[in-house]
Write a protein that binds this ligand. Structure first.
Ligand code: SF4
Ligand code: SF4
Length: 97
């Protein structure tokens, strides 16, 4: 996989494999609360900055790559707008069946 520069330089998505399968909780962004999505401006992006795996985009709206997100919850902890909720992965598993 091509390496990309993340908010913290390294590591980048995929460096530890497809860690999405480790996930017990899935972060879901509520774009009605997320500052850049609400204001249509490039601001905040603390989730992008703090995600240890660099799997959140610095875009309006921020997006999470679930193939590599391991569900650590740091993004939800750091979001000043409480726009990210950690939801039990089993909820999605049952819906996607
Ligand atoms: S930290 Fe929260 S408000 Fe800021 S960009 Fe991320 S989801 Fe949006
Ligand atoms: S839960 Fe959030 S901080 Fe943790 S890997 Fe996934 S997107 Fe990144």
């Amino acid at each position: 996989m091509k390496r990309r520069i993340t908010s913290h330089g390294e590591p980048g998505p995929g460096d530890a494999g497809k860690t999405g399968s480790w996930r017990v909780l899935r972060p879901i962004i509520d774009y009605n609360k997320c500052a850049p999505a609400k204001k249509n401006k490039k601001l905040c992006f603390l989730c992008w900055l703090y995600c240890p795996d660099g799997v959140i985009t610095k875009t309006i709206e921020p997006a999470i790559d679930y193939e590599y997100c391991k569900g650590c919850g740091i993004c939800a902890e750091e979001c000043p707008s409480k726009a990210i909720e950690m939801i039990e992965e089993s909820v999605f598993f049952n819906k996607e069946k």
